[in-house]
Design a protein around this ligand. Structure first.
Ligand code: GDP
Ligand code: MG
Length: 166
């Protein structure tokens, strides 16, 4: 099994922290899946059972500007080509305009979208359900996985869940 995974989300939600934790090895890409120039490889996780190629999707992290519409189109097309999208949010912050913009961008996309609620080490466990409910009102996620990228909580379970979509 192998596939491309795009990690998206507002700045500072923990995307790089997650990648740094997950990418144990930097090896040549063995995947025979087609790759477009839109996909900037951030790291590859090779396990016995699967290979996950994490890519950056330019255009969604930037605020609106003159190239906004074009960038959004590029981002949208990129997100159609991946096998799974990880939409990462910060458990300690309410849903923001940036989050809503991304969820709007994801509407009509057939790629499975995971909601990754990161930084759960910073909140009380009782708060998680309310956070999940508030995001469920905005988008119909394929999976919802709370994690701590910093401490590693639930990261292995997230990886197995991703694997089941490849
Ligand atoms: P990015 O902009 O989405 O790539 O976010 P970064 O990975 O750079 O993380 C932004 C900040 O959040 C850094 O100070 C990280 O150490 C912190 N951070 C990331 N993940 C976690 C987490 O699970 N728990 C806590 N407490 N802090 C985190
Ligand atoms: Mg980063």
């Amino acid at each position: 099994k192998s596939g491309f995974i795009s990690i998206i989300g507002r700045p500072n939600v923990g995307k790089s922290t997650f990648l740094n934790r997950v990418i144990g090895q930097k090896i040549a890409i063995m995947s025979d899946k087609p790759q477009t120039t839109r996909n900037k490889v951030q790291g590859v996780l090779t396990q016995d059972s699967s290979q996950m190629i994490f890519i950056d999707t330019p255009g969604i992290h930037k605020p609106k500007h003159k190239l906004g519409d074009f960038m959004m189109k590029v981002a949208k097309n990129t997100l159609k080509e991946v096998d799974a999208i990880l939409f990462m949010v910060n458990a300690t912050e309410p849903i923001g305009a940036g989050d809503k913009m991304i969820m709007e961008l994801l509407q009509d996309n057939k790629t499975p979208v995971f909601l990754i609620i990161n930084k759960i080490d910073q909140i009380h466990p009782d708060e998680i359900l309310a956070i999940i409910d508030s995001y469920k009102e905005e988008y119909d996620f394929a999976e919802i996985v709370p994690i701590s990228a910093l401490q590693g909580n639930n990261v292995d379970r997230l990886l197995s869940t991703i694997e089941s979509y490849l």
